[in-house]
Each structure stands twice: as structure tokens, then as C-alpha cells.
Design a protein around this ligand. Sequence first.
Ligand code: PMP
Length: 430
Amino acid sequence: KTRSLLEKQEEIDSNAVAYPGDIPIAFEDGKGATVRDADGNTYIDLFAGIGVLNVGHANPYVLEAVHEQADKFVHTVDFPTEARLELIEKLDEIAPDGLQGNQKVVFGGPTGSDAIEASIKLSKYNTGGDGLIAFRGAYHGATTGAMSVTGNKEFKGHYTPLLSDVVHAPYPHPFRQDKTPEAAVDHALAEVQAILEDPYGGLANPAGIIVEPIQGEGGIVTPPEGFLQGLRDLADDNDVTLVFDEIQSGLGRTGQWWASDWAGVAPDAMTSAKALGGTGFPLSATMYHEDLDTWGSGDHAGTYRGHVVGMRAGTRAIEYIQEHDLLAHARDLGEYIQDRLREAADDTDRLAEIRGKGLFIGAEFVDEDGKQDGDVVDEIQQYCFEHGVLVWTAGRHGNVLRFLPPLVLTHELAETALDVVVDAIEHATE
Ligand code: PMP
């Protein structure tokens, strides 16, 4: 059945579909951290729809409210609803220090890219500038503004020209840059400073800095201490907006509500999507300091800026994480997963670095000469698929094995899944 669904998809669906690997998997249903395919095979999901299903597939607590809401009404744009106001208040409750109590939220549309566009507009609106600083290896989305700040040519090469005034600075990546953590941070911050302050830096009229607190698609690149604070200082000194893209890293993924909470640094604006819609409903938001709330009615538009079911799902998902103490669970389980990967790394030079926070984990693979090796990661992913575990890839050459499991993954299931992953690593690197 799965094979025939896949064949049909190949026949009628878009060429742009990115189906990973060679093994046919067509989903029939999911519960928590497992999914079942159309032939009844069960998989442990360490990927969660690219970090969307933080409270798991078909979370019953979320779905209860979804059914209730869907029976009443689904969509209103900007009319007040309890669902909308509840979510705005809930987002304030979990906001980083510095935004909490002063936070405004704009719902701009269903996707992360929508939230990025809103954050770019907000930066321009408030500074009168138009230039943006982003980072090499960053991924911010698929719309024109979001592609412009994305730092990977593969995602935008066919679609230029994009926004013209964007300069990409290096993101600190000590391992890949062969630098100490301090030197990697100093290097990145010096570049940002030069772009902002040196006439040779290239930006005529800077509006903002946009950064992932941990790079997701770029390979779970986890910057050393001092980077986000350094950006905060540079943004303050130069009167530009500091935007954190927490679309993949936020809402508990790292074992804190926001990845930037680890650094204790608050942005001026912050984007969220993916897990924001609860158990998989499309919803995005840009949160920002009330001082930036200078725009007028209708200055940011979008039909889906008020999806009531998504909002209900979002509030329930945050409540679920709070009630089940899933931030602490994500931290504990993340350590367990990293420990298992480090044990595997003891047996092979091909597993070169393990990094991340909470359940946002990357394992970087190299070939015999230390070069990024995407082929070995493909082989590991394929082996895992064949043995009932869904894992994803990331990184410049697809050479990072990426773990983004639902935060509800149990220790027992994690153990079973990691047995498979470790076997896969042995199999692919022997
Ligand atoms: N920012 C980050 C950090 C992301 O990981 C993504 C999606 N992978 C996006 C933005 C874009 O989100 P969407 O695909 O929902 O537009």
C-alpha cells in the first residue's frame, strides 16, 4: 500500500517534493513519538515533522480543544476571540526576561517565512533603515525576504535578485572554523561590527540583525557563550533591531522555552512557527518589544493572521509542556542522547562532533580526510528508516545527522531508537 501511494505521489505531485531516502514510507497515523505507515509498520519519530510536533503526534490534550473549537468556528482574521487573547497572554508568560510584560505579538500567516517577513518589516519600520545583517549557513524560509537573509545559496540560487541590502557575517562554528570558542565569537562579532560601523562594511543604512540562536538547517550549529550578548551590544550601540529566529529552536525544543534563554539575552523581536500551532497546525507569530509597536492599523496584513483553531492548539500545547515539565525532560533526555552518540564516537573518527541543547541535537560526520561527508549520513538515515527510526539530516553537505524528537519521547523509546542509530553508525562507518 505504501509503495503504491509513493508511486502515485511521484506521478501526480510536484517535482519540488523532497522525499528522503529510497525506502517507501507513507504515514497512516501517529501517536506521541511514533508513527505508523500505510502497511502497519511502526517508526519511532526523531524528527517530528522538522521540529513541529513538540507535544507529539495527535496530542489528545491539544486535540480535545481543537475539536471543540472547530465545531464552533475556525477563522476570523483580527476579530477578538478568547483563543487569540489567551495565546497572546500565554506567549507573554513564557517570554524571555526583557520582553516579558512588554511583549506584543503579531500573527502574520501560517508559516515561519511569514513571521520572518514580519520581523524584517518591523525592523525597517522602526529604524527607517533597509539593510540587514544575517549569517552564513542560516535558514530563514522560502519567501523573497526570508530567502534574502538565508545564508545558503542552494535555497535561493535560482531566484535572484532578492533583497539587495543584505550582508552575511560568519556564524561562530569553532569546530568547522578550527578556532577556539572565544576566537570564533570574536571573529563573528568583529565582522558584524565592521558591517555596521565601517564605511567599507557594505551596508548603507542598516535596519537589523537577524540570527538563529542555534542554527537548525545549517547543522545544529551551537554558538559559544558571548555571541548573542555581543550581538545585543552591537545592536544597541548602533540602533538596529536584533531579531532572534526561534522558529526551529523555540518552544521547549532546547530544554528552555527559547534557545536564547540559555544565553539570558532578550531580542527586540523574535519569530516563532512550527511548534506554535500545537500538534501540527500551521501558525506563526512575531513577538516584539512594545517600543517597536509603532506601526499603524493594517501596516502588516495577511488573511491567516487569526487562525482560531491554530491558536487554541498553540495555547494548549504550551500548557501541556508546562504541566508535564517537558523542559526538564528535554534537557535530561538530550543528555542521554548526546551520551549515547559520544560513546559511538569513541569507536569511529568519522563522527567528529556532537552538539546542541536539549532535544535539538546534531552529529557531524566527516570522511577519512576530515571533510564533510553527506554520503555516510545518507547511509545512516537509510539504515535507520529500514529499522524503524526516522531521523533527519542538516548541514552544508547534508553531513549532520539531526535529532528533533517530540519532547514527549519517553526514555524507553529513546533507548530503543538510539540502539538503532548506534548500529546504523557502526554499519555505515565500519
Ligand atoms: N526559520 C528557521 C530557523 C527554520 O528552521 C525554518 C523552517 N525550517 C523557517 C524559518 C521557515 O519556516 P517555514 O518553512 O514554516 O516557512
